[in-house]
Design a protein. Structure first.
Length: 175
């Protein structure tokens, strides 16, 4: 079990099977998937499989995306954090920082707060030598949150994965 931890307004803990309903509600929203290939989740079973896959990553990789809980209200606002990624834009293996939030919680600085918290976690707990991220080049909020967490633009590249669904260009950043 990975230890929960906190930043100013958010609590981060492992994703649990009981998060499936809230996560499905988020991931079935086309607006949430606007910059993610435009392929929102169709069934809650798909969400349950994703949660199981992430829980397996906790065991196999010692890390995976965490649930973000608003400390003040206990609400599940989305998932955030680090994932061990392989073979993206010439990077063989690296810790990727990411986030996906329910739209009612956008624009309040939570992506920035979580990105900063997980940059610290990556370097201090996981002893990462680098942390990367990539985002659709038009995803201004995501890019801005990454920059505010200290990541720097490297380059723009074509994503084979997203090109299959729609033409998209992503960009990589690193500290
Ligand atoms: C991307 C996402 C996580 C951003 O979350 P958020 O909590 O709203 O982001 P923050 O409030 O921390 O804002 C980050 C910065 O982006 C800016 N920003 C937000 N929306 C913006 C927009 N549409 N255009 C330009 N800047 C924007 C904010 O003003 C803030 O910068 P500032 O502090 O200098 O003012 C959220 O929109 C989301 O979950 N989107 C769907 C999933 C997704 O795209 N994930 C990222 C995949 S790479």
């Amino acid at each position: 079990m990975l230890k929960p931890f906190e930043s100013e307004r958010l609590l981060y803990r492992e994703l649990l099977p009981s998060d499936a309903e809230a996560m499905f509600e988020m991931d079935s929203n086309p607006e949430v998937h606007r910059y993610l290939g435009g392929n929102p989740t169709q069934t809650i079973e798909e969400t349950r499989r994703i949660i199981e896959m992430i829980r397996k990553q906790y065991i196999d990789n010692g890390i995976g995306r965490f649930a973000a809980i608003l400390k003040e209200t206990g609400e599940w606002i989305g998932w955030v954090g680090l994932k061990l990624e392989r073979n993206v834009n010439g990077h063989e293996t690296f810790y990727d920082i990411g986030y996906r939030l329910r739209p009612e919680f956008w624009g309040k600085g939570y992506a920035t707060e979580s990105a900063r918290a997980f940059v610290d976690y990556g370097f201090n707990i996981l002893k990462a030598d680098k942390i990367c991220a990539y985002a659709d080049e038009s995803n201004k909020a995501s890019r801005r949150a990454l920059e505010k967490a200290g990541l720097k633009y490297i380059n723009t590249f074509d994503s084979d994965y997203l090109k299959k669904k729609m033409t998209n260009v992503r960009f990589g950043m690193r500290l």
